[in-house]
Design a protein around this ligand. Sequence first.
Ligand SMILES: Cc1cc2nc3c(=O)[nH]c(=O)nc-3n(C[C@H](O)[C@H](O)[C@H](O)COP(=O)(O)OP(=O)(O)OC[C@H]3O[C@@H](n4cnc5c(N)ncnc54)[C@H](O)[C@@H]3O)c2cc1C
Length: 365
Amino acid sequence: MHVTDFIIAGGGLIGLLTARELRQAGAHVTVVERGATGQESSWAGGGILSPLYPWRCPGAVTALVRWSQGHYPLLAHTLADETGLDVEWLQNGLMVLDVDEQTQALAWARQSGAKLNLLNRIEMLQHEPQLGASAVAEALWLPDVAQVRNPRLLKALRHSVLASGVRLKEQAEITGLIVDGDHVAGVETASERIMASKVVVTAGAWSDNLLRFYGEIMPVRGQMILFRAAPGLVSRIVVHNDHYVIPRRDGRVLAGSTVEYAGFDKSTTPQALIALRQAAVALVPTLAECEIEHHWAGLRPGTAQARNGVPYIGEHPRVRGLYVNTGHFRNGVVMAPASARLLADIIVGRAPIIDPMPYQIMDAP
Ligand SMILES: Cc1cc2nc3c(=O)[nH]c(=O)nc-3n(C[C@H](O)[C@H](O)[C@H](O)COP(=O)(O)OP(=O)(O)OC[C@H]3O[C@@H](n4cnc5c(N)ncnc54)[C@H](O)[C@@H]3O)c2cc1C
């Protein structure tokens, strides 16, 4: 039997960052991961450090996004120092071609203080010379939006938490929580019981299997493709009609993504490949000449529509010592640093970075 202060149930981006925060606060932390850390949604995502249409998001999402956006450069820098790995934080801006949303977008920018301006066609081509001729005549431009190369971020975090003394138990699926009266006491895997007075569920799309909430967290499949392209072919993150392209530093271009309610099925489909390719080529026609190197799918931790993408961060209403950090849906990469810091603030009793109220877990009706 193994005993620790905290068990982190699930080693995705949210779990690894939560482990890091708690370790930095002096706790003994064990991450228990079904497979290898950082191979699920956090790996599959695009790494855009902004919602695609930030003005559509509720204030509670914006609050986490804004804090994280401010923190990411420091996180990238610290991880590089600690691990020697470059997570490729790159501030190359977001160009949104859905210009019919400009009134809402400009109002949001005024209120939130985000930089946003309207570009005409000439200015659009100055920022992204390869844009297709069929693209619209105006665009919304958010120059401060950055991206990270999320698989590298996960790798760096794994190194960092291990070096700091966090224990990682991989290939260990948690089959249930151990609860004693109204208090959590640990978790069970197929081979052992791990005891802890505090457990944080960070199991992404699978969180409900452990929490047995009220069916609140559901998998939402997202498929992506990757073009092998020369550096400089695409320079900016460009979004139109919910499809986007993301240029990496080495020239590769990601194109995403589907939003599918297909249960826990992570397979890819030929229809999605065609649709993603068509949408990307409409944005940047020269991509038609580039080989598609990879096609994959990930399962986002979605929540009920009424929740509007606001994650659950806090203590379970009925089980003391059981905490939750999940339900980040489409914006988990960008919200992760703030989510992890906020939960650590709540747990250790520090002044929270933002108001924790909107993220509370309500009791079942
Ligand atoms: C195609 C796609 C594109 C995306 N693009 C972006 C983007 O550009 N920007 C952005 O901010 N967000 C994006 N996202 C969303 C983001 O990836 C997620 O919100 C975020 O990664 C969720 O992180 P997580 O740690 O909660 O989940 P995960 O990364 O899925 O991690 C959960 C972990 O828990 C483990 N686990 C589950 N059950 C158990 C168990 N019983 N026992 C032990 N371990 C268990 C899993 O194996 C997994 O490792 C995208 C997602 C997808 C799929």
